[in-house]
Design a protein around this ligand. Structure first.
Ligand SMILES: [Zn+2]
Length: 368
């Protein structure tokens, strides 16, 4: 890995393209329908160097702080061939580590790669009939459906296999994960991203209003507060969303930030038993869904958990009641939790350090 401080940008063009990617990253990263917290990543390949988003960094902050790591592309490709995870390489203290999804960016031949956790794309990517549903919507585009694989080398392998037969592919729908678009430059890739988003767009379902009387009673308990994002209540008041969430884990970020099971309290639980039930439920969760009433947040909830929860509500409100869904298998969930243990802790630490930024992003995440 090259040290960013030592790396000299070889030309003005090189520098300009990196700035262009940062600009694109900040724009894309500030859209909560595309990116939630530190997920999503972007990259550009210039003169044998792969500039890739660092693990735990937020795309939204790309114009305020260094979020890209420069790597020798040939070395990364060699690591992928040898089944060596790039992100797990040791890096000196305080040095940025490349994203766990670096391998995927390296195997794609396009210069610019944008990977987002678009809520519209995910709403299709969790459906068993997703490939059929998308045939018409994405007609004319060079797209492929990539079966679920864990981030890192397994996902890179799946993509390599898919693009080997069709190297012109520049749109990938990652099952139970998200969207990848590619282009020869930032402008082309971003234009394609918006085109794909336009085609994948789903109008979210309307949902019943929260029961503010019940929620206000619970908000009187210390540590719990009423959410400032109305949309979150859909997780409790929308029967279809509750049914979907009872089915299991839909995608890796859900389990990594929100846990394996939804803290869902049935209406029969009296308000007076709220605290007791939570203690019995394996510690205090960052939020609680009250069936038919709405959602209540723990004051310790992090910005990343909050952004992920909003993203989840956006996905379930875009998922039809009778759509047959593919949930992550038990082994896949365990794999995510094992791999994510390090990065999750790191994100939490980074978030504390970047508290000012978190506030800005929370505001951006307030969509309904
Ligand atoms: Zn991802």
């Amino acid at each position: 890995m090259k040290n960013a401080a030592q790396l000299k940008l070889s030309s003005t063009r090189h520098e300009r393209e990196v700035v262009c990617l940062c600009d694109l990253s900040a724009r894309v990263g500030s859209d909560p329908l595309l990116v939630q917290a530190s997920n999503g990543n972007t990259s550009i390949k210039i003169d044998g160097i792969l500039w890739i988003k660092a693990s735990g960094k937020w795309l939204a902050h790309a114009m305020q702080e260094q979020i890209l790591v420069p790597l020798e592309l040939a070395e990364v490709k060699e690591s992928v061939q040898c089944d060596m995870e790039i992100a797990s390489r040791s890096a000196p203290k305080n040095e940025l580590r490349p994203s766990i999804e670096t391998a995927m960016h390296a195997v794609l031949r396009h210069r610019v790669v944008i990977h987002v956790h678009s809520v519209n794309a995910i709403a299709w990517a969790i459906r068993l009939d997703g490939p059929d549903q998308l045939n018409e919507r994405l007609t004319g585009l060079r797209w492929q459906w990539i079966p679920y694989a864990a981030s890192g080398i397994p996902l890179a392998r799946e993509i390599e296999k898919a693009v080997a037969a069709a190297p012109e592919t520049d749109v990938l729908i990652l099952a139970n994960h998200g969207l990848v678009v590619c282009g020869r430059d930032c402008h082309t890739a971003e234009k394609l991203l918006w085109e794909v988003e336009r085609r994948l767009a789903i109008t979210p379902r309307r949902f019943p209003k929260p029961d503010t009387t019940v929620l206000a009673t619970i908000a009187r308990f210390s540590k719990w507060r009423f959410p400032d994002v109305h949309l979150l209540h859909a997780l409790g008041t929308d029967a279809i969303s509750r049914k979907i969430l009872r089915g299991g884990v839909l995608y890796p970020c859900q389990v990594m930030f929100l846990g394996q099971t939804m803290p869902l309290l049935p209406p029969a639980v009296a308000v007076s038993k709220f605290a007791e039930r939570l203690i019995a439920n394996d510690g205090t969760p960052p939020f609680v869904v009250l069936e038919r009433s709405g959602v209540i947040l723990n004051e310790k909830m992090t910005g990343a958990e909050r952004a992920t929860l909003i993203g989840l509500a956006q996905v379930t409100l875009r998922t039809e009641e009778f759509a047959r869904l593919r949930y992550l298998k038990r082994a896949e969930v365990t794999d995510v939790l094992n791999k994510g243990a390090y990065s999750y802790k790191k994100v939490a630490v980074l978030e504390q350090q970047a508290n000012a930024h978190v506030k800005v992003d929370n505001r951006n995440a307030c969509v309904s």
